[in-house]
Design a binder for this molecule. Structure first.
Ligand code: ADP
Ligand code: ZN
Length: 535
C-alpha cells in the first residue's frame, strides 16, 4: 500500500520539504524519537545539522494535528534566516522578537493561536512574559502546543561560554506544561556544562544524543608567530586566493588595522567588531554572506549564528581564550563539508597576554583558576607535537586515532631536547632575583642568555652574571619557544604591566633535571616583507 502524499513520515518530509535525500548521522534517530513525543538532549557540533532535528519533527507533528512547535533561540539573526528559509520551503513559520512592530507581532500571535504555525521562534525573554505564557496555555488547553525546542541550550549554564540569565526560567515551561515534549540542542559539550544543562532544564529523563565533534573536513594548522601579518597574507594568497574566510583578532584596533592592511595587499577584507556603527556592521555582514570571496576580519563578536556554508578558512591572529572558543570559531569553516582550513599563529606574547587578562579580570579566585586550567589546555594544543585533532577531541571526551589531516600529522615536526635550555633560562631568572631583587621581562632575559650587549645589560651589570651568554648557541626564536613552554607549563609566572618573569615552585623540578622538555624545532622564518617583529 502506498502512503498518502502528506503522511508525516520524517524521511518524506526531509525529501519533500527540504530537498535532501537522507538524514545525516544521528538525525534519523533523533527525529524519530522527538516526533514520537520523547524528550531529547542533542550535542552536535556546529554545522552538524541540529536545525533539522526539531524542524522535521515540528512539521510531522503539525501535520498529525499536534499544533505549534515553539523554538527558543537567543539569536535574532538566526531566527530571521531560518524563518525565511522555512517559508520559502512552504512551511508556515514565524518569529516573535523585539525588532517587530506591535501590528506585526499581533498578526503572528493570531496565526499561532489558531494553531496554524508549524514553528514559532521566540527569544527566551519572551517566555517570561505573562502575555506569552497565557497564549501558550490557551494553545495547550486545545491540544495545539506540540513541542518545545531549546536551541543553544548551553546558555543555561554558567560553565558554558555564553551564559544568559533568561535561560534559567526555561524550566518554567516544563513545570507549566509537563506533558509537552522538549528537545534541547547545543554545540558545546564539555562535561560540567552537559550535567548543568540536564539539571537546570530538568532533562533527567531525556534521551541524550551525542554526535562526534570531529569535523574531518577541517584541517588544523598552528604556526609559530614570526611576522604574523605576512604569514597570514601568505596563507591567504597561497592557499585561499579569492575564497571566503574569517580572520579573528583580539582587539578592535587590530581588527581595523589588519583589514586595512589586507585590503592594501589586494585581499577583499572587511572589518567587523561591536564598536562599529551598527549600520556599517550590518552592511559588512551582508556582503560577507552574499558576495563571494570576502575575508571578514573580526573580533569574536562576529560569527554566532552566521550560517555561511562555504567559509574556506578561519584564521586566528591571536590566541582564543580556551579550547571551546577555538573549536567554536574554527567550526565556522567548512559547514558545507568541503575541505577547509583552521589556521592560527601563536607566540610568546599570546601566552603572556591571556594570562594577564585572567589575572586582571574582576572574577573570583575560583573562577580564575578554572579559566587558567582551560587556557593551559589550549596552550598544550598549540605546543603539541602530535595530532591536533586527537587532542581537540580528547578535550571533549572523545577518543580517536591520529587524523592525517592536521599540520603535525602531515608534516611531523622535528623536535629538540630543550631540557638543558630550560634550566639555563630558569637559573638566569633566579640570578636576576639574587642580583638586586629586580624582575625582568622575556626580551631582556633572552638578551642576557644570548650574550647581547645592550644598554640595559650594562645598566644592570648583567654581563657579569654567571648565566651571561650561556645560551648563545640557541636562536632568539628557540629561546622564545622555551619560554613559551615554561610559561604554558606554569614553571614561570608573568606579572604586572611589564610582564616580568618569576619562578614558580614547580620550577625546582626542572632545575634539578627531573623534568624533560621536548620542543618542536622552530619553523623557517617568513620570507618576504619587513613588518615589525611581533611575538
Ligand atoms: P547546526 O545548527 O548544527 O550548526 P545546521 O542545522 O545549520 O547546523 O546545518 C548545517 C548545514 O547542513 C545546513 O546548510 C543544512 O542545510 C545542512 N544539512 C543538515 N542536515 C542535512 C542533511 N541531512 N542533508 C543535507 N544537508 C544537511
Ligand atoms: Zn592529525
Amino acid at each position: 500500500m502506498s502512503l498518502p502524499k502528506h503522511h508525516p513520515v520524517p524521511i518524506h518530509i526531509l525529501q519533500e520539504v527540504f530537498g535532501y535525500s537522507a538524514f545525516r548521522g544521528q538525525q534519523a534517530a533523533i527525529v524519530e524519537h522527538v516526533t514520537e513525543g520523547g524528550d531529547a538532549l542533542v550535542l552536535m557540533p556546529t554545522g552538524g545539522g541540529k536545525s533539522l532535528c526539531y524542524q522535521v519533527p515540528a512539521i510531522a507533528r503539525q501535520r498529525a494535528g499536534h499544533g505549534v512547535t515553539v523554538v527558543v533561540s537567543p539569536l535574532i539573526a538566526l531566527m530571521h534566516d531560518q524563518v525565511g528559509a522555512l517559508e520559502e520551503a512552504g512551511v508556515h513559520a514565524a518569529f516573535l522578537n523585539s525588532t517587530q512592530s506591535l501590528e506585526e507581532a499581533q498578526a503572528i500571535e493570531r496565526e499561532m493561536l489558531a494553531g496554524r504555525l508549524s514553528l514559532l521562534y521566540a527569544a527566551p525573554e519572551r517566555l517570561n512574559t505573562p502575555r506569552f505564557l497565557a497564549q501558550l496555555t490557551s494553545l495547550h488547553e486545545r491540544g495545539l502546543l506540540s513541542l518545545f525546542a531549546i536551541d543553544e541550550a548551553h546558555c543555561v549554564s554558567q560553565w558554558g561560554h555564553d551564559f544568559r540569565s533568561e535561560y534559567l526560567s526555561l524550566n518554567l515551561l516544563h513545570e507549566r506544561f509537563p506533558d509537552v515534549p522538549r528537545i534541547a540542542l547545543t554545540a558545546t559539550a564539555d562535561d560540567i556544562t552537559r550535567a548543568d544543562i540536564i539539571d537546570r532544564l530538568q532533562l533527567h529523563d531525556a534521551r541524550v544524543f551525542i554526535a562526534s565533534f570531529d569535523r574531518p573536513n577541517i584541517r588544523y594548522l598552528i604556526v609559530e608567530k614570526d611576522k604574523p601579518r605576512e604569514q597570514l597574507l601568505r596563507f591567504i594568497q597561497d592557499d585561499h586566493d579569492g575564497e571566503a574566510g574569517v580572520v579573528y583578532c583580539q582587539s578592535r584596533k587590530k581588527v581595523e588595522e589588519t583589514a586595512e592592511w589586507l585590503k592594501s595587499e589586494g585581499v577583499s577584507a572587511l572589518p567587523y567588531h561591536a564598536g562599529m556603527d551598527s549600520e556599517i556592521r550590518m552592511r559588512h555582514q551582508d556582503r560577507f554572506l552574499r558576495e563571494d570571496g570576502i575575508v571578514m576580519v573580526a573580533t569574536v563578536a562576529f560569527g554566532m549564528g552566521i550560517d555561511k556554508p562555504d567559509v574556506r578558512f578561519v584564521a586566528h591572529l591571536d590566541l582564543p581564550k580556551n579550547i571551546e572558543g577555538y573549536y567554536q570559531e574554527t567550526g565556522r569553516a567548512g559547514r558545507d563539508g568541503e575541505p577547509a582550513e583552521a589556521w592560527m599563529a601563536y607566540g610568546l606574547a599570546d601566552v603572556v597576554n591571556q594570562r594577564r587578562m585572567i589575572d586582571e579580570s574582576p572574577s573570583t579566585e575560583e573562577f580564575k583558576q578554572v579559566q587558567r586550567g582551560k587556557l593551559d589546555a589550549l596552550l598544550a594544543l598549540a605546543e603539541a607535537i602530535d595530532c591536533r585533532r586527537q587532542r581537540l577531541l580528547a578535550y571533549f571526551g572523545e577518543e580517536s586515532e591520529p587524523c592525517g589531516n592536521c599540520d603535525n600529522c602531515l608534516n611531523p615536526p622535528a623536535t629538540w631536547d630543550a631540557t638543558e635550555a630550560a634550566r639555563m633560562a630558569l637559573s638566569c631568572i633566579y640570578r636576576f632575583r639574587q642580583n638586586g631583587g629586580q624582575r625582568f621581562g622575556a626580551g631582556h632575559l633572552i638578551d642576557v642568555l644570548r650574550g647581547k650587549d645592550t644598554d640595559k645589560v650594562r645598566q644592570y651589570g648583567h654581563q657579569h652574571l654567571t648565566t651571561w651568554a650561556i645560551g648563545a648557541h640557541l636562536s632568539e626564536q628557540q629561546w622564545r619557544a622555551v619560554l613559551r613552554q615554561l610559561i604554558a607549563l606554569g614553571h614561570v609566572v608573568t606579572e604586572g604591566e611589564f610582564s616580568t618573569l618569576s619562578l614558580n615552585e614547580s620550577a625546582r623540578a626542572v632545575l634539578k633535571g627531573e623534568v624533560e622538555l621536548l620542543l618542536r624545532q622552530p619553523t623557517a622564518p617568513a620570507r618576504k616583507g619587513k613588518t615589525s617583529r611581533s611575538t
